[in-house]
Design a protein around this ligand. Structure first.
Ligand code: AMP
Length: 396
């Protein structure tokens, strides 16, 4: 996969109409529809401000929620247009349709330095089907396509990939940064390259482990997924999370790591509980977990071993919490890893989703080199998969 893609700085946008795919998929209050966190809108500002400064006429578009091709007023992007306008300190025009009369008329009349937001792309079922006619209609309003919604680059939708067939396509600053940092970590990492993987399920991370076994020097596994590996090693795991059908795979991965000389670290002790609850009393167990207990977090010896491995690293990629970090009594392992990454001096990359939330919640967000803005997308990135929303951009 080639990550060396043209950005908005490599193309002339002055006086041009630019179709800008943003990720305005913001959380909303269920009752009032109010935006409860505008981080994604704020994150889009640098690219928008640059385009407007360059005197482009910006036609912004995004999805919001999962309307599945139906027109749902509760998922209208109108509140996003309002918030964006407040943040930019200038008017943001809003089209009440996507490629209909209103959008086309407003796009046609749009002047350099002005911005228009189209209605929720997923109100039209052709968006997620990557329908070429729909992509062509979207593209027909603009002269350049700028993609800045990293959270959807793993999807081949009309607005994330299809439009690139009709317009010169480049990345905005958000995707540019993701490609720069994560692409480099995978292609040419500063070594030792340490991958820290956690979270609930082995099955979600199979392809990530496969790909990282080819690239990393050390793979650390914590979280619920570690227990399938511990069982495969021959230890008892009590009531811990287990994916029985992944035991052979776990053995295979550990053998592969050994054959390749990749260090493969699993927790050597565990903080356990009798039930999955925030008020459960933590019980420390070594390698073997008794029948009545489940592993909820990594123990102090595991923390020390994992932190030591991170300390000497050149690059660390982290995806997935080390334990049930939502329960304070079992957040220690995740917190300790966040601290170890923050103090490592390495290039530190945190995958989106839960690990990003954990790092933010624990107050280490500004200590990381990069926190990916896409959950599923950053996992597929680590899998080494071709991402349709990246592949469609012009090579540098
Ligand atoms: P994922 O979405 O796969 O990254 O998994 C994140 C979830 O895994 C979080 O909600 C954690 O609470 C959960 N998790 C982490 N460690 C454990 C564990 N030992 N047992 C059960 N769930 C866990």
């Amino acid at each position: 996969m080639n990550y060396n893609k043209k950005t908005v700085k490599d193309i002339d946008v002055a006086g041009k109409k630019v179709l800008l795919r943003c990720d305005f998929n913001v959380p909303q209050d269920k009752a009032t529809g109010a935006i409860t966190d505008d981080k994604r809108i704020v994150a889009a500002l640098p690219t928008i401000a640059y385009l407007l400064d360059q005197k482009a006429a910006v036609i912004a578009c995004s999805h919001l929620g999962k309307p599945k091709g139906e027109w749902k007023q509760s998922l209208s992007l109108a509140p996003v247009a309002k918030r964006l306008s407040e943040l930019l300190g200038r008017e943001v025009l809003f089209a009440t349709d996507i490629v209909g009369e209103d959008a086309k008329a407003k796009a046609a009349a749009l002047k350099p330095g002005e911005i228009l937001l189209l209605e929720n792309l997923r109100f039209d079922k052709r968006e997620e089907k990557n329908d070429p006619e729909f992509a062509k209609e979207l593209a027909s309003m603009a002269e350049v396509y700028v993609s800045d919604a990293f959270g959807t680059v793993h999807r081949a939708h009309a607005s994330t990939a299809g439009v690139a067939a009709y317009l010169p396509a480049v990345s905005g600053f958000l995707i540019g940064k993701e490609l720069d940092i994560m692409g480099k970590a995978l292609d040419d990492p500063k070594r030792p390259f340490v991958a820290v993987l956690g979270g609930a399920k082995v099955s979600d991370k199979i392809n990530v482990i496969n790909n990282l076994l080819e690239k990393a020097d050390t793979i650390i596994i914590g979280g619920g997924m570690a227990y399938t590996f511990k069982k495969a090693e021959g230890y008892t795991i009590g009531k811990s999370l287990l994916e029985e059908d992944k035991l052979d795979y776990a053995r295979e991965m550990m053998q592969k790591a050994e054959a390749k000389g990749v260090k493969f670290l699993l927790p050597v002790d565990n903080l356990c509980a009798a039930e999955f609850s925030a008020s459960a009393k933590p019980v420390l167990e070594e390698q073997n977990i008794p029948n009545e207990l489940m592993g909820m977090d990594i123990g102090p010896k595991a923390i020390e071993a994992f932190s030591d491995a991170v300390k000497g690293a050149g690059t660390v990629v982290w995806n997935g919490p080390m334990g049930v970090f939502e329960f304070p009594a079992f957040a220690g392992g995740t917190k300790a890893m966040a601290k170890a990454l923050a103090e490592s001096g390495a290039i530190t990359i945190v995958g989106g989703g839960d690990s990003a939330a954990a790092v933010e919640q624990l107050g280490y967000a500004d200590k990381m080199t990069h926190i990916s803005t896409g959950g599923g997308a950053s996992l597929e990135f680590l899998e080494g998969k071709e991402l349709p929303g990246v592949a469609c951009l012009l090579d540098k």
